[in-house]
Design a protein around this ligand. Structure first.
Ligand code: T1G
Length: 675
């Protein structure tokens, strides 16, 4: 097999080039090639300097994650980087694209760094539950100081080439289209320079204030994660007066601990799961996508407005339709207000806001949708309303237009059936707020055409979404599992658990909020029959008394002006009243019992979803829960988490609570298999 590394001679400069698509990951062959190239340069007196660069779209984007957990082949990355740094001739890193993780570490091991302005440098290992394990936590602070090293390693966010240059991480910016030549010229310029600057030979002053301030500022964001603290500890070690070798030993110890832990396994699982979710297994190779030049959105309410924003931000013009001018104005006004709020935070320039608003065409007439390539309805969640609308759209929309429903649980096939083009009908279930939440459930109808599905899936990334394909079933993937959790929570309420105990247990597990806090956020009245005299559940009783959640400052909890929740005596009274009229056995619940009672039924429903073919793979279900509901990434999603708990334990828990176990789940548990 040819090496992904080649060398080129340019006078007295040796250029080492990696050609390892798609992202020049630093797999064994690349590491071996780099090692050999550097040793060739070190041993050849006619070579005065070295350039390391990459073909393709980016400089090394990190260690090869697919090699993790397998026996190391050839020299380790840290070893190769040490060899680069120890080279007796100046080595220049020529950076384009994203120098990430091990790629950034290779650049730090070089003596000089030149980058194109559009390049980014980053150490995102923390997003995989890890830390830069090839010397990055020790070289970064030595080159750029403690504060930036903390920011880069513990948040994993990349920085621009310009910011890197300002911080001393990059020595020079190349022309956007002349990196190769500029790097060569730079190498010739520094050839023969003495002393050769080596990051490991520098020291960095302690900055306890920066460390403490950083820890404090990020405490909430890092809650539950192991890796951020380990990254901080390594940067602290580098600035503690320890030698470079001591720092490397500490880094190695911390890296090994993280790599062996469940959190990193979970986060690495999700890295691939998210990319896998974008792939639809049975779409024929070479399926042509339909061009989407203009999108129509029906409904300018919260969902319609948020959906429109996604496309406007991606540079796709939107025609938005309402039934009344006042609603239309309110909707477009909200879109502008949201954009202006983002602009105030520096996310958009004012001219971008004007451009996006200029690409929004409000109208009261459905006929104005006739030029749209994709039409998404986000109207009232009622099948009759939707069927009537799809009937009209069938007559208005141009041939080949994709007709999509934003329904969160209604049957797409029924909507398709009223049209003459069921193949063009699909579900695009955005999660509220649609311009913020990343999950997009793409609901594939029985007759949805492959190119329609492929087109919508391909749209997800440009509009900033993570798409997961769902089959047609009530609640699709996420809400179908969520309802199991809600039923279990309601049942425990009746037996003696408090809303705040149940919510606390799930928040401590890592969820952003528990079922009752979530109910108050979404609205206790959502899906309520609206008959205050028909009180069949605790929820009905709350809704009947106007306890609709945060929007009425009272729901399952009472809320102050800052929306801080406190337990409500009225709610306790309502719950007590229902308990007293039921013949359910009263009991207390331990936190473990609450966790098992609420999460195991979700896993059980996930098994049914898989068995019915409503989701392509278990990892897709994990992606739904990470991006749609805030499941803690360090637990990998419900199906990955169930594997870590042990499916036999999940089945035992379901049996103990008399929950009928999905056959597929029981089979797997008995066979000692995982999802
Ligand atoms: N290893 C293996 N495969 C990778 C990879 C990697 N590092 N990065 C991407 N891929 C694959 C990816 O699975 C997909 O494959 C294809 O490349 C395109 O990726 C020792 C321990 C670089 C910003 O965390 O952030 O270094 O689905 O769809 O949107 O300290 O990929 O096509 O088959 O994401 O243009 C640290 C991870 C590793 C960077 C490009 N590095 N990658 O985004 O394309 S740990 C990272 C990314 C490490 C050292 C430590 C992004 C990207 P497929 P993509 P993209």
């Amino acid at each position: 097999m040819t090496s992904p590394i080649r060398t080129e001679r340019h006078g007295d400069v040796l250029v080492i080039v990696s050609d390892n698509p798609p992202v020049n990951a630093l797999g064994a062959a690349v590491r071996a090639g780099l090692d050999a190239g550097i040793k060739e340069a070190a041993g050849d007196a006619s070579i005065a300097a070295v350039v390391i660069r990459c073909d393709g779209r980016t400089f090394f984007a990190g260690a090869d994650i697919t090699e993790f957990g397998k026996p190391m082949r050839g020299p380790g990355l840290g070893e190769v980087i040490d060899t680069i740094e120890a080279c007796g001739k100046p080595v220049v890193a020529a950076i384009h694209g994203t120098a990430l993780g091990g790629g950034c570490e290779v650049a730090l091991g070089c003596h000089y760094r030149i980058a194109v302005p559009s390049a980014k440098l980053g150490t995102p290992e923390v997003k995989l539950g890890l830390l830069p394990g090839a010397g990055g936590t020790q070289r970064l602070p030595r080159l750029a100081g403690v504060a930036l090293a903390l920011e880069m390693t513990a948040t994993g966010n990349p920085i621009s080439a310009k910011k890197a240059q300002e911080a001393g991480l990059v020595d020079r910016l190349a022309g956007e289209d002349s990196l190769e030549a500029d790097a060569l010229a730079f190498a010739k310029e520094v050839a023969g320079h003495r002393p050769i600057p080596r990051a490991s030979e520098r020291t960095v002053a302690a900055d306890r204030e920066a460390v403490e301030a950083f820890r404090k500022a990020n405490a909430r964001k890092f809650r539950g994660f192991d890796a951020p603290a380990a990254n901080i500890a390594c940067v602290e070690k580098a600035s503690s007066g320890a030698t470079f070798a001591e720092g490397i030993a500490f880094e190695r110890e911390q890296f090994t601990k993280l790599m062996g832990g469940t959190q990193s396994a979970a986060q690495r699982h999700l890295f691939f799961a998210e990319r896998q979710a974008a792939k639809v297994d049975d779409i024929p190779e070479g399926t042509q996508l339909r061009p989407i030049k203009r999108v129509g959105v029906i409904g300018a309410g919260t969902m319609g407005g948020g959906i429109s924003m996604n496309f406007l931000q991606a540079g796709i013009p939107v025609t938005i339709v309402e039934t009344a001018q006042e609603a239309l104005d309110r909707g477009t006004g909200t879109i502008r207000k949201n954009y202006e709020a983002s602009a105030a935070k520096g996310r958009f320039q004012p001219e971008q806001v004007e451009a996006m608003m200029g690409a929004l065409t409000p109208t009261l007439s459905l006929d104005d949708l006739k030029e749209c390539d994709l039409i998404i309805e986000a109207v009232y969640e009622n099948m009759d309303v939707k069927k009537e609308l799809f009937t009209k759209l069938d007559a208005i929309a141009k041939p080949g237009a994709i007709l999509a429903s934003n329904t969160s649980y209604l049957n797409i096939d029924e909507m398709a059936a009223v049209t003459s083009r069921p193949g063009d009908v699909i579900g695009t279930h955005f999660f509220s707020p649609a311009n913020v939440m990343k999950l997009l459930e793409v609901v594939r109808g029985a007759q949805t055409a492959p190119d329609v599905l492929a087109t919508v899936m391909a749209l997800a990334k440009p509009i900033g979404k993570v798409a997961v394909v769902s089959g047609v079933c009530p609640g699709f993937i996420g809400n179908r599992m969520l309802s199991q959790r809600q039923q279990a929570a309601n049942a425990m309420l009746m037996q003696g658990a408090d809303p705040e105990q149940i919510d606390r247990v799930l928040v401590e597990f890592g969820m952003p909020m528990g079922p009752f806090q979530m109910g108050d956020l979404a609205g206790v009245d959502i899906g309520w029959h609206r008959d205050p005299n028909r009180i069949e559940s605790i929820r009905d009783a709350l809704a009947a008394r106007g306890r609709w959640g945060q929007k009425t400052k009272k729901g399952w909890y009472d809320y102050d002006d800052k929306r801080n929740p406190t337990p409500s005596p009225e709610v306790k009274e309502i719950i007590e009243d229902f308990r007293s009229r039921s013949n359910l056995q009263r009991r207390t619940f331990t936190d473990e019992e609450i966790l098992a009672a609420t999460l195991y039924p979700m896993v059980n429903e996930g098994a049914k979803i898989l068995d019915e073919g409503m989701a392509q793979r278990a990892s897709d279900i994990d992606v739904v829960w990470i991006y749609g509901y805030g499941w803690p990434v360090y637990r990998g999603g419900p199906m990955f988490w169930a594997n870590t708990v042990g499916l036999d334990k999940v089945v035992a828990g379901l049996d103990a609570n008399d929950v009928p176990v999905a056959p597929m789940l029981r089979r797997k548990a008995e066979a000692g298999e995982k999802f």
